[in-house]
Each structure stands twice: as structure tokens, then as C-alpha cells.
Design a binder for this molecule. Structure first.
Ligand SMILES: O=C(O)CCC(=O)C(=O)O
Length: 283
């Protein structure tokens, strides 16, 4: 079923906007229309069941340095709409874009991923700030993410957790989980977790968050998979690539990176390497 995004996009009211500005996150109900939910969930399961995009590095485990596909505990699929193009034409996508634009006018989708926590063994998502993952040459300073729950989610399932107001503070030092640069996920070093808020959501609801806000998610101890989709929006300025040369990203090289590099034509691989070197040297 193809549902065309209507003109009636979800508005972000002033109260929600003020909460986002104060806390760095805000929950928004009904981002996925009920008519789309079952179909998106079925597509999502098919993408994870078939490990879509494994060869090109789109599918990977975020914690395991060896990235063994047979025992994932925190699986991520980058760019799900690359593998299921219908996702880009949903009302869900249009709603998320409109919500982000209410906070960041003219923002575009810059990153899209799905994280699935398998039942009972799904691992916690380490505390982090998304900004720590910005790499050298990122064409934006901040981003707004729309984290979408594809089923009801609570603490037992690993709902999102935030430190309210932490986006007003500094970017913390981060490190690869377990101190191993082959692991994909980053973890903040010594985060202050005295004030944490868990965000329980109903299926189809979302939480918008700022790229500087400190957040993580608990393990999935329930008997069902925790399915989530994140759409990240920002205002790109290609003329102003920013030198985000963070120490914790410098030596990072994951199995996923290796698969991605191997799938690229040689010219593209060289172009990317050269751009990184030039940025690093400040040319
Ligand atoms: O889904 C998760 O567990 C974490 C997602 C996340 O960190 C994000 O969307 O920025």
C-alpha cells in the first residue's frame, strides 16, 4: 500500500517547542499514522531478518568489535530507505521532516538508521551525545533526531533515556565501547547521570532530540524485539565543511567501515581519504 504524504503534517506546538529548547528532547505522539504502522514494521523485520546491506557495511552490530552477524545484541541498519525505498515516501517521513523543520527551518534528512534490540539479549545503548559522532568535514553544526518507536516501548524494552538540559553543557569526551576502536558505538566518558528521564512511548510515537543532549537506552529484557527508527535532520552548508576532528574518532576503523570501503569504487575511496587528510591538515 502506498500512502502519499498529505498536506496535513504534524504540527509542533509551542509547549513542545519550549520543552525541546529547555530539555533537549520532547516526545511527540502519532508520528506514524496507524494505517502505516503494520506495513513499516513488516518491512523493518524483513530488512533485519535478511541482514539487508551487510556486504556494503549498512548492517552491523554496534558493540561487537568482530561484528559477528550470528550473535547480534545491538544491531543497526544504516539507511533503511536505501533498502526499502517506500520508507522515503511515507507520511511518517513527512511528519518527521515537518517536526524537525519546526525546530530547524530548512533542515534536510542527513542520516537515517534503525536499531533493533533482540528480545531478552538486546544490549543497552551506551550514554552518548550524537555530536561526538560528527566526523571531520560534517556540513552542519547541530542536528535534530526523530527517534520513532514501532511498538510500545518502556524501560523493560529499552526505551530512550535522557539527561534533561545536558545539551546546554559541553560536548563530553567519548571513547569506543570497551576502549576498542573496532567497536562502532561511542560512549561518553564519566557522564553525570544524577538526573535521568526515561521516555516511554506508544507504537508510532517519537521523541525529538538535540545532537548535544546526553542519551542512551536500557537493555531489552522483554520477550519482543525493540524496533526503532531514527531520522536525523540538519541544515547542510557544503561550502562550510566543519573540522570536527575528535580524538576518539581518529583511530576508529570498524569491520563495517572495512566492508563499506571494499564496496566503493577505488576512485571514490581515494577521494574520501584525500578529503579527510586535507581537512585534518587544515588545507
Ligand atoms: O535506539 C537506540 O537505542 C539509540 C538511538 C540513538 O542513540 C539515537 O537515535 O541517537
Amino acid at each position: 500500500m502506498l500512502i502519499r504524504p498529505s498536506d496535513a503534517l504534524l504540527p509542533l506546538d509551542e509547549v513542545a517547542r519550549a520543552r525541546f529548547l529547555r530539555d533537549g528532547f520532547v516526545a511527540v505522539p502519532g508520528v506514524v499514522p496507524p494505517a502505516e504502522l503494520a506495513e513499516i514494521r513488516a518491512l523493518y523485520d524483513a530488512l533485519f531478518d535478511t541482514r539487508a546491506g551487510w556486504e556494503r557495511g549498512d548492517f552491523f552490530d554496534m558493540l561487537d568489535p568482530a561484528d559477528r552477524p550470528e550473535q547480534p545484541r545491538l544491531t543497526q541498519l544504516a539507511w533503511p530507505s536505501r533498502h526499502a525505498p517506500w520508507l522515503a515516501h511515507t507520511q511518517m517521513r513527512a511528519n518527521a521532516q515537518a517536526l524537525a523543520a519546526a525546530l530547524l527551518p530548512a533542515a534536510d534528512l542527513v542520516w537515517e538508521f534503525a536499531i533493533c534490540k533482540p528480545p531478552r539479549i538486546g544490549a543497552a545503548t551506551p550514554w552518548h551525545q550524537d555530536e561526538a559522532s560528527f566526523t571531520i568535514g560534517t556540513p552542519y553544526r547541530m542536528a535534530v533526531s526523530c527517534w520513532i518507536a514501532l511498538q510500545d516501548v518502556d524501560e523493560a524494552m529499552g526505551c530512550m533515556r535522557y539527561v534533561p538540559g545536558s545539551h546546554h553543557g559541553p560536548l563530553l569526551a567519548h571513547e569506543s565501547v570497551g576502549g576498542d576502536p573496532r567497536a562502532h558505538a561511542l560512549a561518553a566518558v564519566a557522564p553525570d547521570l544524577r538526573r535521568v528521564e526515561s521516555v516511554r512511548l506508544r507504537a508510532g510515537d517519537a521523541v525529538l532530540h538535540h545532537s548535544r543532549v546526553l542519551h542512551g537506552a536500557g537493555p531489552n529484557t522483554s520477550s519482543a524485539p525493540r524496533r526503532a527508527l531514527t531520522l536525523e535532520f540538519a541544515v547542510r552548508d557544503r561550502a562550510q565543511l566543519i573540522r570536527r576532528d575528535f580524538a576518539w574518532n581518529r583511530g576508529k576503523w570498524t569491520a563495517r567501515d572495512a566492508r563499506e570501503a571494499a564496496s566503493l569504487p577505488l576512485a571514490e575511496r581515494l577521494r574520501r581519504g584525500l578529503r579527510r587528510t586535507r581537512m585534518r591538515l587544515g588545507w
